[in-house]
Ligand binder design. Structure first.
Ligand code: ZN
Ligand code: ZN
Length: 325
């Protein structure tokens, strides 16, 4: 398989371990209490062969493990490993972004209730030092001991194309479920806005970059800004919705740093400008601002009240379920 050299980044390792959008739907549903093949099949809407294949990969990558339903029983269910449970912050924040901006898949949970305060809430990422909400503009980067380039398999990167508008509607899993989409968004966090600069930074083919930028623009995540008139040339900038992906992208990187350690150390250090500390992040309840624990979150499939631009318009479904432990 051909390889490509890319700037070293824990997100690459995390994306490899997580897999595509189907795998990410499975992980999310494992947090929401699914453990049997049939649960995942009913909730994720994928072919049985695809599901079997993705479950196998998630077990291989140490995110899920198989355990018998009861001692001595032949049938094995799927449960999150400690590495898998480490994705709690990511799953919470990604889900929150999807609900806030109306980009969750049909049938997905649309309410999370925090048991400690009893309120339906959207999770937020706060700085562990100053307790301020973490935003893209308030973080700075310096190379860590693991900085440099790494070789990444190319075939894994060409998962999806968006040949026409009908296939361009994103759900939250499409942000990180397609490697190129995730990487194109990440160039924006580093202030790389021009087509040629993005292309050379990622070593991405012109047609794939055009394709991904078109899809991101169609989904309101990036916008074009004219910077030269003859010929017309554009820069690409994240919209407010695009900037809002920062917390869940960051949590994925932090998970990669913690659970898929580079022997040299983190490729990137992040500093929180308002307090000046190296970033440690905690996911808190958006209502009571207390740290969220897996055991204190219940998931419902009824509609949550969100901002007008973020109406999720999902029908109420089922009853609340306690999430997996
Ligand atoms: Zn801080
Ligand atoms: Zn709360």
């Amino acid at each position: 398989m051909p390889f490509k050299s890319l700037p070293r980044n824990s997100v690459h390792r995390a994306l490899n371990a997580l897999g595509d959008r189907w795998s990410q739907l499975i992980i999310r549903e494992a947090f929401w209490g699914a453990s049997q093949f049939g649960d995942f099949h009913d909730r994720c809407g994928m072919a049985r062969s695809t599901l079997a294949n993705r479950l196998k990969a998630l077990v291989k990558n140490g995110i899920l493990e198989q355990r018998p339903l009861k001692r001595g029983m032949a049938r094995q269910d799927y449960h999150l490993t400690p590495r898998g449970r480490g994705l709690f912050d990511y799953v919470m924040l990604a889900w929150g972004w999807g609900v806030k901006w109306g980009m969750v898949s049909p049938g997905a949970a649309t309410t999370l209730v925090h048991a400690d305060c009893g309120k339906a809430m959207l999770p937020e990422m706060h700085c562990e030092q100053c307790h301020g909400r973490i935003t893209m503009r308030e973080c700075t980067y310096t190379p860590g001991p693991g900085a440099g380039t790494e070789r990444v398999p190319v075939q894994r990167m060409h998962r999806r194309r968006y040949p026409d508008e009908r296939e361009m509607t994103f759900e939250v899993v499409d942000i990180t479920g397609d490697r190129w989409t995730a990487l194109v968004i990440s160039t924006q966090y580093f202030g790389i806005h021009r087509f040629d600069d993005i292309q050379s930074y990622l070593g991405i083919a012109t047609n794939i970059l055009t394709d991904r930028l078109r899809a991101l623009e169609a989904n309101g995540i990036v916008e074009r800004r004219l910077y030269d008139l003859v010929p017309p040339r554009y820069e690409y900038w994240l919209t407010k919705k695009g900037m809002d992906t920062y917390q869940h992208s960051l949590s994925l990187m932090l998970w990669g740093d913690e659970w898929l350690k580079d022997p040299k150390g983190p490729p990137l250090y992040i500093r929180h400008k308002p307090c000046g500390h190296r970033l440690g992040a905690a996911v808190v309840c958006g209502e009571c601002k207390q740290p969220l624990q897996l055991e204190a979150v219940t998931v419902g499939r009824a509609k949550i009240a969100t901002k007008p631009e973020a109406a999720s318009a999902k029908p109420p479904r089922g009853t609340r379920k306690r999430v997996a432990r």
